[in-house]
Ligand binder design. Structure first.
Ligand code: FMN
Length: 216
């Protein structure tokens, strides 16, 4: 797909979630991150870009573990500090993973994925045609209840910045590990809230597709 076509942002027809094949695991234990792996930061920065063609091959639990830890994992166990900053450390963004085998919420404390909804909701995480074809769509969800101590007029900005920091961590991890990714603001909040089984005070704010790059 050319950049011109991509930027036309033609909506796809309304989609429905697909059934997962087999039984969705309640918990997916993730591999521990190898903090010495991958390209150095400056190399990753030089490679960072949006890519929108993906290989369908599934990501291993080791790669998922590194990716989600990079996104917003605990990097200072003594304080519970995260790889991404958040105002007052309220950690108001939850990272959801729409996988072929179900929709999961990342649990940073347990470094594992917790089943939220046993459907394949990848195609509901956006309108563009690569969404649903890649093996993983991340969705960043604001837990509004964690922002109550922030003045109302600042809550949206704080949540957007926190989600942006997480997405940049993911982009840099992908650049470092040879994965393709694109962060996406063009999402249907209502459809996503249903697909992810969210409560009233949980708001999807941003999505990000990840996979191995397509071989051209
Ligand atoms: C907040 C935000 C929302 C975006 N939303 C989309 C989107 O919905 N779909 C998409 O294909 N790209 C989206 N992008 C990616 C931009 O189109 C891309 O970053 C821009 O064209 C620059 O290209 P580069 O990332 O390769 O440097 C978004 C980027 C940001 C920061």
């Amino acid at each position: 797909m050319t950049d011109t076509l991509l930027l036309s942002y033609e909506p796809l027809p309304e989609a429905r979630p697909s059934a997962v094949s087999g039984e969705a695991a309640d918990i997916i234990e993730l591999g521990s991150p190898d903090i010495d792996a991958g390209a150095p930061l400056m190399t990753a920065l030089s490679r960072r870009r949006s890519q929108r063609t993906f290989n369908e091959e599934a990501l291993s639990t080791d790669v998922l573990g590194e990716l989600l830890w990079a996104a917003n994992g605990i990097n200072r166990p003594e304080t519970g500090g995260r790889t991404a900053p958040s105002a007052h450390a309220f950690n108001e963004i939850d990272v959801y993973a729409a996988l072929p085998g179900g929709v999961y919420r990342y649990d940073p404390q347990g470094h594992r994925l917790m089943l939220k909804h046993a459907v394949d909701a990848r195609n509901l995480t956006g309108y563009q045609d690569f969404v649903g074809a890649a093996p993983l769509d991340l969705v960043y969800v604001v837990q509004m209840s964690r922002l109550l101590q922030i003045p109302p007029q600042l809550r949206e900005a704080c949540a957007a910045v926190a989600a942006g920091c997480i997405s940049q961590n993911v982009s840099l991890y992908c650049a470092s590990a040879g994965l393709a990714t694109v962060v996406r603001g063009w999402i249907n909040h209502r459809v996503l809230a249903d697909a992810l089984r969210l409560n009233e005070d949980e708001v999807p704010i941003l999505a990000q597709t990840v996979g191995k790059p397509a071989i051209r």
